[in-house]
Design a protein. Sequence first.
Length: 208
Amino acid sequence: MSAYGKNICYIIGAGDVPDSTDIKATDGDFIICADGGFRYNMLLGRMCDLVVGDFDSLGVTPEFENKVVLPCEKDFTDMKTAVDEGLKRGYGEFVIFGALGGERADHSVANIALLSYICSKGARGRLIHENRVFLGFADSKVNLPVRDSGYISVFSLCDESREVTIKGLKYCVEKVNLRADTPYGVSNEFIGEEAEISVGNGRLLVIY
């Protein structure tokens, strides 16, 4: 179960997904493949629940019973549609693979922006890329397990995030405002303690 009281919606996109990826979906979780993400079905341990896309990156419309076929010319990306399908089913936490890397840097930017969209719907999202996590959340706090070393950065996903508090890292702050155009939350460090990051009002992007 997620911290938001719902099971997890996993989404797999067409970006970089290492062969070592291990997706541990449990009963009640939901798995969506977005277009070329359908290639990574072998990583799931079980068949995905839904496939969405215009299938330009996959190159063929899959013969799959549960699918949403989109036109090539549309206002939203396949990944945005996948997120909407998860939200429609009531999921409050999203874990997304294959959202970064690949040949299209613009899609990577769009998927980071989707974290803000997920937050605006009262949910929380994580983009998993190699050994990095891009975590988006709003009006709440997250606790990260003990790490002896490594960098962590905190950014605002909206114009201004208010009452931002950071504990358990090398640089700590108490109820400061963090603006999107002044990214002074870059390059903090783990110090072997549990980290806690909270925001009273706003949306944060935490990269670690």
